[in-house]
Design a protein around this ligand. Structure first.
Ligand SMILES: [Fe+2]
Ligand SMILES: [Fe+2]
Length: 159
């Protein structure tokens, strides 16, 4: 892991790679939003943009780590809520990648809360907002059948 950033370490982590492959495989024929690398990376970048624009003090590495790992619980069948299984997976991956126990706890908290609008931590709030903003509902052919309420869908590009 020498000379490798902690974010690179996540990208190269075997468990992360294998879960990402599972997501791509499971979603190959999915009509609705997918949860592969494109979504994870847009979420990270939008989180970072929000943090800059709104001067939210949050380390860039925490942002990228939380975004990359937030949906990795999706392939699991043991829990109905992928945010809980995702946090469990992340609690193993993050320490392997050099994150301290305190950082791991904070990032895992954000992952476990990423479907909740009202959360206390700045990282959780950024993740919740960016996760939604990353979706291009205005161009999505599956939009009429999507479970998101109309007011939650992105009808325009926010910039
Ligand atoms: Fe999710
Ligand atoms: Fe997501």
């Amino acid at each position: 892991m020498k000379n490798m950033s902690r974010i690179d370490a996540i990208l190269n982590h075997q468990r992360f790679r294998s879960l990402l492959r599972d997501i791509d495989f499971q979603e190959a024929d999915r009509r609705f939003c997918r949860h592969g690398m494109e979504h994870l990376l847009s979420t990270a970048r939008i989180m970072y943009i929000l943090s800059l624009e709104e001067q939210i003090p949050c380390p860039k590495e925490w942002i990228y780590a939380a975004a990359l790992l937030h949906d990795i619980g999706r392939p699991s069948r043991e829990e109905p809520d992928h945010s809980i299984t995702g946090a469990k997976e992340a609690s193993v991956i993050l320490p392997d990648c050099g994150f301290s126990p305190e950082e791991t706890a904070l990032i895992c908290q954000a992952i476990s809360e990423h479907r909740r609008a009202n959360t206390a931590s700045l990282l959780s709030m950024l993740l919740y907002r960016a996760d939604k903003l990353s979706r291009t509902c205005m161009l999505c052919p599956a939009s009429p059948d999507c479970y998101w309420p109309e007011e939650k869908k992105n009808q325009t590009i926010i910039y």
